[in-house]
Ligand binder design. Structure first.
Ligand code: CA
Length: 287
């Protein structure tokens, strides 16, 4: 059962949140100041920290940086100041997610599950392979059909995020939050621009996609190109049928040439003797 540390100075909120999470099956610890929160973040080894930004002894973001300095524990900031700058600054300072007060236990539960899932991802998805694409997250290297792909850090993050969710449509809003880390204020344009750069490096276009498929008005989906395998086997697979259908058309001239090739098996035995007869020819010749 995941352990959650709630750092919150308001006793009413702290008690209510701790009780709600406890009822949902979490192990819960509480701290009412930044300093005790910091100590418990180290000593209690929680799986997630829910951090109030408005604490009496230290600024919330200061605490955030201090926890970050000693631990990679996922941190969800809880703020009453639901302004864009506030949220963006918290995310930049190392928060993994945020909730705006007042928030429900159900919402906090969903956010906790999401950060725990993401925290578990790095190990699981260290190397992702989709079709001819291979992404090594730790080495931050990308390969396409065995060749190194020269990607910018943002391009790599974007491609990796999509590849980790292969087959699923990812909205531009989600990309802005997760890859660009701009919950608000980002523009779709920068995503479009990066997608077109990625497409060029992957040797495809929006009109003729292989890996990156735009789903109009929804987002983008990464898939292994189904067309890449067939083209290779197609020529040989379609080769036999072609000759077969070719003869029927030029029926008159073909019959003459067709029989020799396909029918060569039956007549061969008959003609084989003559072929092997060369030694024998001496006999017919004299006759
Ligand atoms: Ca507070």
């Amino acid at each position: 059962m995941p352990k959650v540390l709630i750092v919150e100075d308001d006793p009413t909120i702290r008690t209510a949140v701790m009780r709600a999470l406890n009822d949902m099956g979490y192990a819960v610890a509480g701290a009412h100041t930044a300093m005790t929160g910091l100590q418990q973040a180290v000593s209690e080894r929680p799986d997630v920290v829910v951090l109030d930004l408005g604490l009496p002894d230290l600024d919330g973001r200061e605490v955030l940086r201090m926890i970050r300095a000693v631990s990679s524990v996922p941190i969800i900031v809880a703020t009453a100041r639901g302004t864009e700058t506030d949220i963006v600054r918290s995310l930049n300072a190392g928060a993994d997610d945020y909730v705006v007060k007042p928030y429900s236990g159900a919402q906090l539960d969903a956010r906790i599950r999401a950060v725990l899932r993401r925290a578990a991802e790095p190990e699981k998805d260290a190397v992702i392979e989709v079709g001819g694409l291979r992404l090594d997250r730790r080495a931050r290297q990308a390969f396409l059909d065995g060749e190194v792909l020269d990607l910018t850090p943002r391009e790599f993050d974007l491609l990796h995020y999509l590849a980790a969710r292969v087959g699923a449509v990812v909205s531009k809003q989600e990309l802005l939050i997760e890859v660009w880390q701009q919950p608000y204020g980002g523009t779709d344009k920068s995503i479009d621009v990066h997608l077109s750069w990625l497409r060029r490096k992957l040797g495809e276009t929006g009109q003729q996609p292989r890996y990156l498929h735009t789903v109009r008005r929804v987002g983008v989906r990464l898939d292994a190109p189904p067309a890449s395998a067939p083209p290779a086997s197609a020529p040989s697979a379609s080769a036999p049928p072609a000759p077969a259908s070719a003869p029927p058309a030029p029926a008159p001239p073909a019959p003459a040439s067709a029989p020799p090739a396909p029918a060569s098996a039956p007549p061969a035995p008959a003609s084989a003797p003559p072929a092997s007869a060369p030694p024998a020819p001496p006999a017919p010749e004299p006759l």
